[in-house]
Design a protein around this ligand. Structure first.
Ligand SMILES: [Zn+2]
Length: 248
């Protein structure tokens, strides 16, 4: 299909115009006009660009693209090498940031809940991206951490009493540790996100609400994978997810 039609399809699917974001959503670098084969990944690193080109992709779709607000706009150094690689291979780069966190079915947070069998009861945080709800059954913090280790294939950093019983949970993929105070105010037992900051440890200890840092990359694989599945099923495009090992 045409790149412009693909851009329109995903733009309306993820309602990209609804979001105020820190980066452009949609086509960030334009390659060939006809798209059949799409490589997906969390971050448009050089490794992903190399893998996509070697596989013969026409386009790459990621959660973390380029051109973030506040970064130097000059195309030099690492950014120059990445953009030159895309242009020389006539490969398009499409990126979806907040719209791919937030989507009620394909989004990172919805997909994380599906993977972990958490029931969503509502949303909070900036532009209603973060979720709160319940575990499918009461669990100890130790059991929840074990489940995350198994499903995300990564050992989380856990702050809290491991034997404490949990039912109410809030979660937000990626670097959403700044939502912890809002999660505490919602009266949840545990907050799960991708990263942790120093002050979160004190907030967890003083509030009694457990904090789990389950990995920025690990919590953000599933949105772009679900989007790839949607494009394969709905549009007949060939989509392949490329995992890049990232401990953070
Ligand atoms: Zn992220």
């Amino acid at each position: 299909m045409l790149l412009t039609d693909l851009d329109d399809y995903i733009g309306s699917l993820l309602e990209v115009n609804r979001f105020r974001d820190y980066c452009p959503n949609g086509v960030q670098v334009e390659g060939r006009s006809e798209v059949r084969r799409i490589a997906t990944g969390v971050t448009a690193s050089q490794l992903l660009l190399d893998s996509a080109a070697a596989w013969g992709a026409d386009a790459i779709i990621v959660h973390h693209g380029y051109f973030w607000r506040g970064e130097d706009a000059a195309i030099t150094g690492i950014k120059k090498r990445r953009v030159a690689h895309l242009l020389s291979h006539d490969l398009s780069l499409l990126a979806y940031h907040l719209p791919l966190d937030a989507h009620p079915e394909l989004g990172n947070n919805a997909q994380l809940a599906k993977l972990m069998d958490w029931q969503e009861r509502g949303r909070f945080g900036e532009q209603n991206i973060a979720c709160f709800g319940e575990l499918n059954r009461p669990q100890t913090l130790s059991e929840l951490a074990g489940g995350l280790t198994q499903k995300l294939e990564r050992v989380p950093l856990v702050i809290g009493e491991m034997s404490s019983q949990l039912k109410k949970i809030a979660w937000c993929s990626g670097a959403a540790q700044s939502y912890f105070e809002q999660a505490i105010a919602l009266g949840v037992d545990v907050f799960v996100t991708g990263e942790i900051s120093e002050q979160n440890v004190h907030l967890a200890q003083e509030s009694g609400v457990a904090f789990i840092s389950a990995g920025h990359h690990a919590t953000e694989r599933y949105g772009v994978m679900a989007l790839g599945d949607n494009l394969a099923d709905s549009l007949g495009l060939e989509c392949r997810y490329f995992e890049q090992n990232n401990p953070v």
